[in-house]
Design a protein around this ligand. Structure first.
Ligand code: FUL
Length: 462
């Protein structure tokens, strides 16, 4: 049975209650396990349920045609003649992205808001005769489309003379954060980039991360903080749009303990997390729709295709990550027509893929065999051409599954393995290519870090 269904973000509880009608649950008496799994906070949970965020790299690099400014750019080059943040927000909304994250300051040190901490800002630019505030227009636009606000404030600052004079710069950085986190209302995500180098004086900066993180917690207690080292959400370890496999949302916090940390184990830890990790820190997958992070006219013909963007959804959200897709505004201050078309195309393609979710199943039996294995048998009734299977753990109770196999059968045949995987977490997407005609589906949990709990299996047909 097909049911028109836009991929929903209703709570796990209400969905599984519906799906559980007619479900048999069998569970042997297991000795109580002394495990206490890390679990997400409410902001982390909401962050993950939103699935998609849009990144906006914008600043003097947009005008100098560079990716990394050196801090010597004149503010006079910043003049986006037709800047319209509403256009950014409308495009995000139309494509069902829930949060927008703006580079309030990139490594070049140019501030997109009129800060009291430096004259290297929009206030010294010709844009709006020096009276403009990109952050304000951005925040207002997000609010008018009911989208969450996120801000990126580069720790590395190649312009500021205080950079590298560690205490002085730490004070200044905290002042900049304080301005951003007190002037513009609720901020949902604060983004700390790990890229780091010398200051204008050739000196290296020693950051005071505990101070920075506690400042954000105090000023915006509901914001999640992103960096290599979290504390709330972590970099996925690459900029290609591909979350690790396996991808645990738990980490050992001693391995990557500050943004920009370097070492042999770092990338592996970021990509995969740690099944024994003591801290909940899910992976954010940042990637650009174009080769660069900033807009370059020379890349207008190199915008990712709709298929490519759909692939990114599968390799990020579909692997227990969150997708942060960068779409950089042009020199006019608008998202490029091609990029907007691709975003809308991506949404249409995803809606098509997830449009036909199988409603009620005939019977469902969940059996826990021991502290590591379990089976879910579903009779999905009349045969269905299955395109995508979406697995979801109830992550409010932690992440458990380490290995699984999905088998399927048509009629009275014995189910045969179709696909195997490692972690599930918030979401694991399995695309069946070509689609399979099935009337029964079996999910076998073959390994878990704690007694398996019922996994939700959502079936989408073509
Ligand atoms: C990197 C930066 O160096 C790039 O310019 C960009 O901002 C990317 C998201 O993070 O570390």
């Amino acid at each position: 049975m097909k049911r028109a269904h836009r991929l929903s973000r209703r709570s796990f509880v209400s969905l599984s209650a519906a799906a559980l009608a007619g479900c048999v649950v069998r569970r042997p008496a297991l000795s109580p396990l002394a495990v206490s799994l890390p679990r997400p906070s409410m902001p982390q949970l909401q962050w993950q349920r939103d699935e998609l965020a849009l990144f906006l790299h914008f600043g003097v690099n947009t005008f100098s045609d560079r990716e990394w400014g050196d801090g010597r750019e004149s503010p006079s080059i910043f003049n986006p003649g037709a800047l319209d943040a509403r256009q950014w927000a409308r495009a995000a909304k139309a494509a069902d992205f829930r949060t927008l994250i703006l580079t309030a300051k990139h490594h070049d040190g140019f501030c997109l808001w009129p800060t009291a901490t430096t004259s290297h800002s929009v206030a010294s630019s010709p844009w709006r005769s020096g009276h403009g505030d990109v952050v304000r227009e951005f925040v207002d636009a997000c609010r008018s489309e009911s989208l969450n606000v996120g801000l990126y404030l580069s720790p590395w600052d190649r312009n500021n003379p205080a950079y590298g004079d560690s205490d002085r710069y730490n004070d200044l950085y905290c002042e900049q954060l304080t301005e951003l986190l007190t002037r513009y209302g609720k901020v949902s995500e604060v983004w700390f980039d790990g890229a780091n180098g010398e200051g204008p004086n050739g000196k290296r900066q020693r950051y005071d991360w505990p101070r920075v993180w506690s400042l954000v917690r105090r000023l915006q207690p509901e914001a999640v903080m992103f960096s290599d080292a979290g504390p709330d959400v972590r970099w996925c370890g690459n900029e290609r749009g591909v979350a690790g496999d396996p991808n645990w949302s738990t980490v050992d916090p001693t391995i990557v303990s500050y943004p920009g940390a370097d070492g042999p184990k770092i990338i592996d830890a970021l990509q995969h997390g740690d099944p024994q990790g003591t801290v909940w820190r899910p992976a954010e997958v940042d990637v650009s729709i174009r080769p660069g992070w900033f807009y370059h006219a020379a890349e207008d013909a190199k915008v990712r295709s709709v298929d490519d963007l759909v692939g990114l959804y599968f390799s990020s959200v579909g692997r227990n990550g969150k997708l942060l897709l960068n779409v950089p505004p042009t020199r006019d201050g608008l998202l490029h027509r091609t990029d907007v078309e691709r975003l809308i195309g991506m949404r249409r393609a995803l809606d098509d893929l997830f449009d036909a979710e199988l409603g009620a199943v005939r019977t469902m039996e969940w059996r826990v065999h021991n502290s590591k294995t379990a089976t879910l048998d579903m009779n999905i009734g009349a045969s269905t051409l299955v395109n995508v299977i979406r697995l979801e753990e109830n992550i409010t109770r932690g992440q458990r599954v380490a290995r699984y196999t999905i088998s399927g059968a048509f009629g009275t045949d014995e189910p045969k393995p179709i696909v195997s995987g490692t972690t599930i977490g918030f979401t694991k997407l399995e695309r069946l290519s070509p689609p399979r005609r099935l009337s029964r589906i079996r999910l076998s949990i073959e390994d878990a870090v704690a007694e398996p709990e019922q996994v939700r299996v959502r079936v989408f047909s073509t």
